[in-house]
Ligand binder design. Structure first.
Ligand code: GTB
Length: 210
């Protein structure tokens, strides 16, 4: 069994998608939690490939960039589709999620008080894209791409979960996405993870906003 280690601040942030993926795949991992003091006072930043966390270890293999971590786990757990076209769609969805995550992070870390209302107002336009993609795969009754779970599902599930915290009603006009979140969250390993203290007690973001 490989030993997986996340090196990150004590937040869900840019690790939670990979944690959901590993939990669903029945894998264990360890957390090396970096405190703000360690980060600002030590030399860890200079040792990170891009001066940022998360870092990730798969045995002796060390990796940076959250999306590279997710893609590495997708390749090593056969979560990247059954052919090149599915892989391309999986990338498309994951990149769409990344676009939304960047907007979310900007709101949370730079403009929460002033920007929240407008962000929530514009959210349906963002979510509509995912509802539409989902509707084209088996009428939205299964996964976001193909016939089996892929890394794109974990990316999408995580971003939808944090948006439901930001705007609890945000999926009410998106029946397929609502059912999708319920369906994936009910997978036994994901359910257990989402109900765990490790998930529930870990702040979503580093500044207490959510
Ligand atoms: N593209 C990179 C990726 O996807 O991995 C982006 C990584 C990134 O933004 N890392 C942030 C970081 O290392 C942490 S995620 N910031 C420190 C620095 O740049 O020096 C967001 C975040 C910010 C703050 C906290 N916190 O204080 O607890 C937690 C998470």
């Amino acid at each position: 069994m490989p030993e997986y280690i996340f090196i990150y601040f004590d937040v869900r942030g840019r690790c939670e998608t990979a944690r959901i993926l590993l939990a669903d795949q029945g894998q264990d991992w360890k957390e090396e939690i970096v405190t703000f003091d360690t980060w600002t006072q030590g030399d860890l930043k200079s040792k990170c490939a891009f001066g940022q966390l998360p870092g990730f270890k798969d045995g002796n293999f060390e990796l940076y960039q959250s999306n590279a971590i997710i893609r590495h786990l997708a390749r090593t757990h056969s979560l990247y589709g059954k052919n090149d076209e599915e892989a391309a769609y999986i990338d498309m969805v994951a990149d769409g999620v990344e676009d939304l995550r960047m907007k979310y992070a900007k709101l949370i870390y730079q403009n929460y008080e002033d920007g929240k209302a407008t962000y929530i107002e514009n959210l349906p336009k963002e979510l509509q894209s995912f509802e539409c993609i989902l509707s084209k795969n088996h009428g939205g009754s299964g996964f976001i791409v193909g016939d089996k779970i892929s890394m794109a599902d974990y990316c999408l599930l995580d971003i939808l979960i944090i948006h439901q915290v930001l705007a609890p009603e945000c999926l009410k006009d998106f029946p397929l996405l609502s059912a999708y979140v319920a369906r994936l969250s009910a997978r036994p390993n994901i359910k257990a993870f989402l109900e765990s203290d490790a998930h529930k007690n870990r702040p979503i973001n580093g500044n207490g906003k959510q």
